[in-house]
Design a protein around this ligand. Structure first.
Ligand code: GLU
Length: 450
């Protein structure tokens, strides 16, 4: 291992021993940028790695809110403003009981390089709360969002930090957050939040963007292999916004998601989730109860397999984990390798443990694509939303979609080129890490020591 990486990793582990997710992403990224560090000794001179493991700012705050029975509750809120050398901090908010500082730091770190890969002027950030939105009434969600924003508003702004959605935060939550922000600031500052409704400065195609972009990236990978997406079968995990976007775009292009997994088990639908009725039902089912996908099988006569994941099924061409972090561990990775499936396209942030990722990359018959490239279209359209807000205009779907295609192609090409430049062959994971890392590191160098 490169001595500089080894030293900084050891120091980071000692300092952040209780942050496993954060350490996982730091190790994954730093190990894969070793060839870049070997070629650029100036990064070590300027303490780039030491600086990259320290977020520019961490904000942690109390969120008190009242439920429908007038009982008070206290949750913890976070905003990690990771790195703004490329533009205002940008990244989502996650509301989920699993949220803690380690998870928000890992997401902020990943977001920094993802946002760099988009080549748009945005820095990296992430935030959220351990609040559990499941089973809460609309009024409870609204009061929680208002209380959360009452504190967060002092740290964000269109030129400072622009939060958006993530797990547990969708259009409704962004609406409540923006409403509170606007009331406190006394100004219609649309660019302070993205993922807003179309009537409130939102961008067309933002809800679809992450899933669509993942499929656009997949098309580039298939093209490289002389393959076409038409007729391809896909297994995914997760059927939230991102999974739904994948289903919709795949159907449009003549492919089909035939397996999808949820918290209660997985669905096998040999015909695929391809009709409008099925796609709409996914949204309805999720809004009603995000913990169960079984109702899909009951409604459409599909197969439901309880209590397990669909990794390892053989009758698909592509796997796309689109649920949450560490969905695929070494055990699942071995099943994936045995299945003979060629394409493993990460979509959720860090869906693969480091040992599973290394194992999958070592399998000659599998092409692995990394989430920070594949899922970058969501934040890209968020940035296009900021651009529309800044010029006080709304773009058409055609305009936004054309940009989405361009951005995803650029990300893919930049990753391929970066890997080739450092003699790594067709390594999309290392290529994306190197391309993103170099952009951030060079901007940090250019702005002097701080
Ligand atoms: N949460 C999304 C992500 O992981 C979107 C962030 C954004 O739109 O700012 O990239």
């Amino acid at each position: 291992m490169n001595a500089y990486v080894e030293r900084v990793l050891a120091e980071t582990k000692a300092k952040n021993a209780n942050e496993p997710e954060f350490l996982q992403t730091v190790e994954e990224v730093f190990k894969s940028v070793e060839p870049l560090l070997d070629a650029h000794p100036e990064y070590e001179d300027a303490c780039i790695l030491e600086r990259m493991v320290e977020p520019e700012r961490v904000v942690e705050f109390r969120v008190t809110w009242m439920d429908d029975q007038l009982k008070h509750h206290v949750n913890r809120g976070y905003r990690v403003q990771y790195n703004a050398s490329l533009g205002p901090y940008k990244g989502g908010l996650r509301f989920d009981p699993s949220v803690n500082l380690s998870i928000i730091k890992f997401l902020g770190f990943e977001q920094t390089f993802k946002d760099a890969l988009t080549c748009l002027p945005i820095g990296g950030a992430k935030g959220g709360s351990d609040f559990d939105p499941k089973g809460k009434s609309d009024g409870e969600i609204m009061r929680f969002c208002q209380s959360f924003m009452t504190e967060l508003q002092r740290h964000i702004g269109q030129d400072i930090d622009c939060p958006a959605g993530d797990i547990g935060v969708g259009g409704r939550e962004v609406g409540y957050l923006y409403g509170q922000y606007r009331r406190i600031k006394g100004a219609a500052e649309f660019g302070a939040l993205s993922g807003k409704a179309l009537t409130t400065g939102g961008s067309i195609l933002r809800p679809e963007a992450t899933g669509y972009g993942a499929v656009y990236y997949l098309e580039e990978v298939l093209k490289h292999d002389g393959e076409d997406i038409k007729g391809k079968k896909i297994a995914i995990s997760g059927y939230g916004n991102v999974g739904w976007g994948i289903m919709k775009k795949a159907a449009e292009l003549g492919a089909a998601v035939t397996y999808f997994a949820g918290p209660d088990g997985y669905i096998y639908d040999p015909e695929g989730v391809v009709t409008e009725e099925k796609l709409n039902y996914i949204l309805e089912m999720r809004a009603k109860d995000p913990m169960h996908c079984k109702p899909y099988a009951d409604k459409f006569g599909a197969t439901f397999v309880p209590g397990t994941k669909c990794w390892g099924v053989k009758d698909v061409d592509i796997y796309m984990p689109a649920a949450t972090q560490n969905d695929v561990n070494l055990e699942w990775a071995k099943k994936i390798a045995e299945s003979g499936v060629r394409y493993y396209i990460e979509v959720a942030n860090m869906p693969t443990t480091n040992e599973a990722l290394e194992f999958l990359k070592s399998q000659k018959h599998i092409i692995v694509a990394p989430s920070k490239a594949v899922n970058a279209c969501g934040v890209s359209v968020s940035e296009l939303e900021m651009a529309q807000n800044a010029e006080r205009l709304y773009w058409t779907a055609e305009e936004v979609d054309a940009q989405m295609h361009k951005i995803m192609k650029n990300i893919y090409n930049a990753s391929v080129e970066a890997a080739e430049r450092y003699g790594l062959g067709y390594d999309l994971v290392a290529g994306a890490n190197i391309a993103g890392f170099q952009k951030v590191a060079d901007a940090m160098l250019a702005q002097g020591i701080f």
